[in-house]
Design a protein around this ligand. Structure first.
Ligand SMILES: Nc1ncnc2c1ncn2[C@@H]1O[C@H](COP(=O)(O)OP(=O)(O)O)[C@@H](O)[C@H]1O
Ligand SMILES: [Mg+2]
Length: 246
């Protein structure tokens, strides 16, 4: 469904991606893992057209998209949930969802999609008239995901959905993502939370300073001594989670 080949993206003269290649097949949940600054967000922004790659190609359903505008890419079926959720805090939950459905012209369809979002996340129905800024971090993430789902994307890009959430909410959000995947949504999930992400993913890529360093299934990656050292062994991420929780 998505094929990224040799992508190089720059910010001015600074090269953020050094030839990234990856693939997402229909129905898969694929994760990109990497530390802060590795280039995870840049990959998602390059796919959704927010930044243009200097070199390389991106194909979506065999159509080349790396020179297209973000609006066209959304319309083709790729929705992006950005880092830190970026909901509209002053708008209500309902209005936020409405913004997500901006491309839908038929009122009935809009109503159906809204209903679907509320069915997926009943807490959003309870809070539909509440300003989004008053929701908890976990609820805001659910809203951000629901907003992206309003257009029924073929591919959902999730940028660190667990960022800044307490360990309990992190569990919830990963359960939510797993559920979405099970309901048939194809997902590309960017995470620092290696253990959680790998457990629910079909396939994972490990990114270090703009390069894919390793890739494989959960079992493959857990077997890799390097991953264990770098991401799991030191307990770096557990400590991060503890910090958030505290
Ligand atoms: N708007 C920007 N301008 C300049 N440099 C940027 C910008 N955004 C990201 N970078 C740099 O690109 C690299 C990758 O960043 P990013 O994709 O945000 O990593 P991650 O999401 O893995 O933390 C980092 O070195 C970061 O400093
Ligand atoms: Mg990022």
């Amino acid at each position: 469904m998505l094929k990224v080949v040799g992508v190089e993206t720059y910010y001015g003269k600074v090269k953020a991606l050094h030839g990234v290649s990856l693939e997402v097949k229909e129905g898969q949940l694929v994760t990109i893992l990497g530390a802060n600054g590795a280039g995870k967000t840049t990959i998602l922004k390059t796919i959704s057209g927010l930044v243009e790659p200097e070199n390389g190609t991106i194909h979506f359903n065999d159509i080349r998209i790396d020179r297209k505008d973000p609006e066209d890419i959304v319309a083709m079926g790729i929705s992006h949930v950005p880092e830190w959720r970026r909901i509209f805090p002053e708008l209500t939950v309902y209005e936020n969802l409405l913004m997500g459905g901006f491309l839908i012209k038929e009122k009935d369809l809009l109503r159906d999609r809204m209903e679907e979002a509320y069915r997926h996340f009943p807490v959003l129905r309870q809070r539909q008239k509440q300003r989004a800024g008053t929701l908890s971090g976990g609820e805001q993430q659910m809203l951000a995901i629901s907003r992206a789902l309003m257009l029924k994307p073929q591919l959902l890009l999730l940028d660190e959905p667990s960022l800044g959430l307490s360990p309990l909410l992190v569990q919830d959000i990963f359960a939510t993502i797993k559920e979405l995947h099970r309901s048939g949504v194809t997902i590309l999930l960017v995470e620092q939370n290696v253990n959680h992400a790998l457990k629910i993913a079909d396939y994972g890529y490990v990114l270090t300073t703009g390069k894919i360093f390793l890739s494989g299934t959960y079992e493959d990656l857990l077997d890799e001594e390097k991953v264990r050292e770098q991401y799991l062994g030191e307990g770096k991420y557990t400590r991060r989670a503890d910090l958030w929780g505290g």
